[in-house]
Design a protein around this ligand. Structure first.
Ligand code: COA
Length: 186
């Protein structure tokens, strides 16, 4: 299901274009995700593990385009990709009403409302998607900025996996599972 592209202004006046990713975005998307993965201490994937080739990046984007219950949305400022939100719909019939959210953005664009813009657009898209009935996500329990953002849009904690993430020798972090039922009558 396609996403209608739109522009909006962030709290500081920056104009942002939100649109669906195409395979031509592969190189820039890889770079953007690599940058925020390397910078954030709250990502499960390590920078060295996020090592897609251009070909793999194109395949990754193509998989979103082909799946009816999935979406890869990018945020663009002055023609450059600065963040993304993805919804990965489950493939098996019994769980394909569930879409898993992932998101992030470059440090310079945080706390300006971009996360809210992307998440709201993702929820709206999912609400109109004929397959999806629930959104869910995983987040490191210490990632307060992300948890606050998700709560703001109605996500609630559905589970907690103790010591799920190994942060160092003998140090661990808990993993939260959060979910949002979609209001299909909206
Ligand atoms: C998490 C993330 C996507 C939030 O995006 P954002 O654009 O900064 O979020 P917004 O500016 O829209 O903020 C939305 C709400 O989240 C909360 N919030 C955001 N950043 C916060 C911070 N640093 N501390 C506390 N609360 C914060 C606030 O409640 C805020 O609401 P308000 O604007 O009404 O005060 C962004 O910080 C990010 O990309 N982090 C790195 C990657 C990551 O952690 N991804 C999520 C993995 S699960």
């Amino acid at each position: 299901m396609t996403l209608q592209r739109f522009t909006t202004k962030l709290k500081d006046g920056t104009e942002v274009l939100a649109r669906e990713a195409t395979i031509h975005d592969a190189a820039e998307m890889i770079q953007c995700v690599k940058t925020y993965v390397a910078e954030s201490k709250y990502m499960v994937v390590l920078p060295e593990e996020f090592s897609l080739t251009l070909h793999q990046g194109r395949e990754w984007i193509q998989a979103f385009i082909e799946a009816d219950n999935s979406l890869l949305m990018v945020a663009e400022v002055n023609g450059a990709i600065v963040g993304n939100l993805d919804i990965t719909g489950a493939k098996r019939q019994r769980i394909m009403h569930n879409g898993m959210i992932g998101m992030g953005m470059l440090p310079d664009y945080r706390r300006k409302g971009l996360g809210s813009v992307l998440l709201k657009a993702g929820i709206d898209w999912a609400t109109h998607n004929p397959y999806l009935q629930r959104l869910w996500l995983q987040v490191i329990a210490a990632n307060q900025p992300a948890i606050e953002l998700y709560k703001k849009f109605g996500f609630e904690q559905e589970g907690l996996q103790k010591n799920f993430i190994k942060t160092g020798e003998g140090t661990y972090a808990d993993n939260l599972i959060m979910g949002l039922p979609l209001n299909k009558t909206a």
